[in-house]
Design a protein around this ligand. Sequence first.
Ligand SMILES: *Cc1c(COP(=O)(O)O)cnc(C)c1O
Length: 493
Amino acid sequence: MKNAKPVSGPKFLEPLSFERSRAGRCGASVPPPIPQAPTTTQDLPAALLRQTPAGLPEMSEPEVVRHYVRLSQHNFAVDLGMYPLGSCTMKYNPKINEVTAGLPGFANLHPHYPWAWTQGALELMYNLEHMLAAISGMDAVTLQPAAGAHGEYTGLRVIRQAIQKRGENRQTVLIPDSAHGTNPATVTLNGWKVKPLESGPNGYIQASAVEKLMDEGVAALMMTNPNTLGLFEPECDEIARIVHAKGGFMYCDGANLNSLMGRAQPGKIGFDVMHINLHKTFSTPHGGGGPGAGPVGVVQALEPFLPIPRVVKTGDRFAMEFNRADSIGRVRAFFGNFGILVRAYTYICEMGGEGLSEATTKAVLNANYLLARLRDTWHVPFPKACMHECVLSDKDLLPAGIHNVDVAKALIDRGFHPPTVSFPIHVHGSLMIEPTETETKETLDTFVEALEEIRKLAQENPQALHDSPLSTPLSRLDETQAARHPILNVDDK
Ligand SMILES: *Cc1c(COP(=O)(O)O)cnc(C)c1O
């Protein structure tokens, strides 16, 4: 870890709340206990009682407020500036979403309430399932999975169940080299093996390559469409025909639905299963972990295998159905991240069908505008046209010793969140830019100017780029240390 400048002062030094703690300092006024009241000390077995008080930080209220406000300012947010993190669709989250998700009738629901008390929530889930089915062209949808990766797991479990039911033994899944890392991970978690599939010279998967690898041992092909280069897979129909002819299933990684919704339906171009990242396509973008939601849509033949419970409607009443013999079972406690479902439902209702198509059009237009402005000065592996994101590489900067990370860090100093770097992995030194529909032309122009300035600096003063970012409390962090050697206890520091 390298600090770009001497650090002092509260903007730069933010100790842990535990380090700030001073015995006896307090941020709350609690009434004295009622003398006659039974205490938990009397009710609990002695073995369960603490011998020493819990080591909680003791701080005043203003200290707590400042601590968290400062931490929030150390972070970048979609409400602060452009967040062109490719593949992640960090679009603006309309504030009305927060209002609806916070309505007491939704926010205070207990999952064990009887159906009679939760009709509104069940109706919302039922309607959202049907909206997502209409958008994706699938026949049935479950809202249960908690994220895209979890949706992938659920979708492949459904396929595995269908294959078992047929009495077949298939062991592999075809995964393109452009796939997100969660795809092979999902295959492994489901007990299958990855069969790698190379993209063709134009950046998309060729039907002829699938033809060579497809056999009766292949359970499915997982395809991201448009793929992670931001290119629509033009041979998708033909590939689906080849996979289906050998009894395999077509899985669509729907993370890029932001460039299809209202325009094309994966369920109508040969896919049998797809997941949808509500926290990408339908607002509520998140960084650092969640919560999200990864609903899964399937064709009719796979509907019996979806997780239980299913939301059902009889007359005008809603309920949950548990008794389904072929279901893969539950994939999550209760019914998923309900607050995220409310936000996605709000977003879809607010936009309407036409609004969603328009969002798609503008997302694709914005990405192509960036591509058009950048392709003459930057190395762009596939410069013709893109869908909702475009991929540059650092190839032309390498002679000056500048890599994609240097560009990413320099963008932080110019007020932008960096694009995705080094993914997709089959493009060396990639910078993957997804502006989303929510950015204005002025913002896109400022972003292009920042990239131009960085490109010129690479020629004239590359050292300045190696030192960036200079505007943050810490400069270059060791990006793997925290994952490899986590410090989970303050005493271990
Ligand atoms: C984001 C993403 C995923 C995984 O989704 P999560 O919701 O982050 O689990 C899978 N594939 C692609 C192409 C993605 O962009």
